[in-house]
Write a protein that binds this ligand. Structure first.
Ligand SMILES: Cc1ncc(COP(=O)(O)O)c(C=O)c1O
Length: 450
């Protein structure tokens, strides 16, 4: 049966659209349920909708399917593993693949970030890293260091730790008082200074110095960690100004504060020529938070890469005693570990981190060729990440970009809307033709947006 017909058949077989029970995450539920967008198949760079339409995925699922959809090597590894052993407990027991994955991940991490703690998502990885930071200071006799520093316009998932250090008002305002003892650095986005910068903007390194004011207010001896996304993804691809991350590292080192990079989006080749943004920028954090690209979105899995010195500080006390009271039923799950191992193989065999680097200039030119179209007030890019910021419709923030997202879906393209910004992050297997196609469709849409 041809694919399209098969997809249509699936459509007919579905219990005809009872969409009510699923309360969808981060979604306009009523709009969706009135006009659903359902995918039933995915292969390489495309989804197939329930109606049988092929849609080009310019967002790698949700910043996660970095090797493209339906990679046969990963599919086979998952199938083999689930048949061989579905589950093994991770507390006081284990299975070889989790150790193998940790070893291989450790090799991809910069410097001595070679101790790996497994989780199931980015949110759990963030909260794990924050807890490691607090407990690390505690176990070495600096229990006063309890304050955490995030940054405005940052997204660190949806756990209570993550939303406390996060900097998105709607993710925080409905949920009570959150963690106490949290400060926020200013974000680094400036339309006035940096609009239409290609790659890293020139202005803004000094914004890291705001950490000095936080230190002056509370005392360095009370601050445990600073957490930032090296490139802030979810609030519209905010690229760090030249020198900013370096300055933040210097200040954290000066004050004995741990620096955590949240690389849930940037890890695994998204910025190019390296697994991590830390390596790409040449800035060494004390922990790296990961998820998404670790299994290319196939099976939920997250991880925190921890500096050996932090890990070793916990390895004291009697040998039979638990050293760190934290973990998840599914930490290092065998099927996720198999998916992770196969995904790392694909990155290596297909040279995908280098591919990002090679494609980045083409991507940059294609993206910036949209400059001058109506409503566009900024374009930003790094590696295979991109953002097109649109002027808001007066009194109706987010509507213009939401309309662009709906139009794109109708025209066969998956993009992401965040605020009034269109965010793009195709799988690292994207071809130049597909890049052209993405921007052809987008420019047509933007020209006609009201
Ligand atoms: C930087 C960052 N941190 C954390 C998360 C949360 O990840 P998850 O949705 O897997 O919990 C995300 C998700 O997009 C993210 O972009």
């Amino acid at each position: 049966m041809p694919k399209q017909a098969a997809a249509l058949k699936k459509h007919e077989e579905l219990p005809h659209y009872n969409l009510e029970s699923f309360w969808m995450p981060f979604s306009a539920n009523r709009q969706f349920k009135a006009s659903p967008r359902l995918f039933v198949e995915a292969k390489d760079m495309h989804y197939t909708t329930i109606e049988g339409r092929k849609i080009l995925d310019a967002f790698a699922g949700m910043w996660c399917c970095n090797i493209g959809h339906g990679n046969l090597k990963v599919v086979a590894a998952i199938q083999r593993q689930i048949a061989e052993m579905d589950y093994a407990p991770p507390f006081q027991m284990g299975h070889p693949k989790a150790f193998e994955l940790a070893k291989r991940l450790a090799k991809l991490m910069p410097g001595s970030l070679d101790r790996i703690f497994f989780t199931n998502s980015g949110s759990e990885s963030v909260d794990t890293a924050l807890k490691i930071a607090l407990a690390y200071h505690n176990v070495r006799g600096q229990g006063m260091r309890t304050r955490l520093v995030g940054r405005s316009r940052s997204y660190h998932g949806v756990g209570f730790g993550g939303i406390s250090v996060g900097g998105i008002v709607n993710n925080r305002r409905f949920f009570g008082s959150l963690l106490s003892g949290v400060d926020h650095l200013p974000h680094t986005h400036s339309l006035e200074k940096n609009a239409f910068s290609k790659g890293q903007p020139a202005w803004g390194a000094h914004l890291a110095d705001e950490l000095e004011n936080i230190v002056a207010l509370h005392g360095a001896e009370t601050i445990a960690a600073v957490i930032v996304e090296p490139v802030a993804g979810s609030t519209g691809v905010l690229i760090p100004p030249k020198g900013y991350l370096e300055r933040l590292r210097e200040l954290c080192t000066k004050h004995g504060i741990l620096l955590i990079f949240d690389e849930v989006i940037t890890a695994f080749g998204r910025v190019g020529n390296a697994a991590t943004a830390a390596e790409f920028f040449g800035v060494q954090p004390d922990m790296i938070v990961m998820a998404k690209g670790l299994t290319s979105g196939t099976i939920p899995m997250g991880a925190v890469a921890v500096d050996r010195k932090i890990h070793d500080a916990f390895m004291t006390g009697p040998e039979h005693a638990i050293e760190f009271f934290h973990g998840y039923t599914y930490s290092g799950h065998p099927v996720a570990a198999a998916a992770g191992l196969a995904t790392l193989e694909v990155y290596r065999e297909e040279g995908l981190f280098e591919r990002t680097k090679d494609l980045a200039p083409y991507w940059e030119n294609a993206l910036h060729s949209l400059k001058g179209l109506p409503h566009i007030i900024d374009i930003r890019n790094l590696g295979l990440m991109g953002a097109i910021e649109l002027e808001s419709i007066p009194g109706k923030p987010t509507l213009r970009a939401f309309n662009a997202f709906l139009e794109a879906y109708d025209k066969g393209l998956v993009i992401r809307q965040t605020g009034d910004t269109i965010a793009l992050s195709p799988a690292l297997i994207v071809s130049k033709d597909q890049i052209d196609q993405i921007f052809d469709i987008l420019s047509g849409i933007i020209k006609n947006l009201s």
